[in-house]
Design a binder for this molecule. Structure first.
Ligand code: SUD
Ligand code: ADP
Length: 284
């Protein structure tokens, strides 16, 4: 039997860092939501005790470094599953982009294998397993829109944003999340974006207030190293996007757009100097 799972990309509408913790991670407060740009996982049981990963792209690891591999290994170990699995990853989400592609693949593997092997693991337990694989994985297990606290794994679900267009532009650089957090200095931060304003804007479904409330304290770290990310932000604003922000640790910049008629200008304007531009819907 073959089963399929979608693994959508996330964006951070808000990302605040409160402090560095003793365990090396940073205490965060983020608001995350999903967009309709997704990898697709095909999973098939194998009779022998093995995990095989394949993908149509050549630039991701296919061995135990792959997060979908790690998800399968974790479920097999914890639930004493003797069968193996073949997982094909149809990658559409750009890699090391701040869009949680690897985390979402891991989450989709957890959900899919739970179904394939009829394990009946409840969602909160899948989230706990996910947290062992990465800070963003629990959110990718549940999807929706959530405030993420702790190192990202403590979730509180809130209202989805109103439907709108999301333009994603990824410059041709790969950013390491660990490097960005490593360069971040919490004590040099002058301003924190307001979580409560954003939650309020989401609850009221106010597109304009959501655009006004966007904020990411990691932006300046990445912008310092890669000025092209700043250029991309400025271009998106100039071309008419209503709200613009870097997602996660970057380098992808997203623009929220309410009017479809604005999209061709933004899309064509960006494609002039950025090859990877995607126009998608919010996943609500
Ligand atoms: C920045 C964010 C925002 O959503 O996303 P991305 O830009 O990676 O998509 C996340 O916090 C990334 O989550 P994730 O990519 O799952 O991180 P992990 O694998 O757990 O951690 C990678 C490394 O980032 C640092 N890290 C991560 C999370 C956190 N709260 N504090 C940290 O300091 C640690 O150095 C860790 O070794
Ligand atoms: N299934 C996967 N898809 C993409 N990248 C993966 C996967 N598994 C492991 N990785 C590794 O994880 C790193 C971070 O990738 P990704 O999750 O796409 O980025 P980000 O943390 O910026 O959201 C990449 O450098 C890649 O080598």
């Amino acid at each position: 039997m073959k089963i399929y799972e979608k693994a959508p990309a996330k964006i951070n509408l808000l990302l605040d860092v409160l402090r560095k913790r003793e365990d090396g991670y940073h205490e965060v407060e983020m608001i995350m939501t999903m967009v309709d740009l997704a990898d697709r996982l095909e999973m098939e049981e194998l009779p022998r005790d093995t995990i095989i990963i394949s993908s149509q792209v050549g630039y991701i690891p296919l061995d135990e470094k792959n997060l979908a591999f790690q998800a399968a290994r974790l479920i097999k170990e914890r639930y004493d599953v003797k069968q193996g699995v073949y997982i094909h990853l149809d990658k559409k989400i750009p890699v090391a982009a701040g869009l949680a592609g690897g985390s979402s693949d891991a989450a989709a593997a957890l959900r899919g294998l739970n179904r394939l092997w009829k394990l009946q693991i409840p969602e909160d337990e899948l989230c706990r397993l996910g947290a062992e694989l990465g800070s963003d994985v629990p959110f990718c297990v549940t999807g929706g829109t959530a405030i993420a606290r702790g190192r990202g794994e403590v979730l509180e679900h809130i209202a989805n944003p109103p439907q709108c267009w999301v333009v994603l532009a990824k410059p041709p650089i790969n950013v390491s999340t660990a490097d960005v957090y490593g360069k971040f200095r919490a004590n040099e931060l002058k301003e924190h974006p307001s979580i409560s304003n954003m939650v309020d804007a989401l609850e009221r479904g106010s597109f304009n207030d959501i655009c006004d409330g966007l904020g990411n304290v990691l932006e300046n770290v990445t912008l310092d190293v890669y000025p092209e990310v700043m250029q991309l932000k400025e271009s998106m604003i100039r071309l008419g996007a209503d709200g613009v922000l870097m997602s996660g640790s970057g380098p992808t910049v997203f623009g929220l757009v309410s009017k479809e008629a604005k999209l061709p200008r933004i899309h064509n304007g960006l494609r002039g100097f950025c090859k990877e531009v995607y126009v998608v819907r919010m996943l609500t």
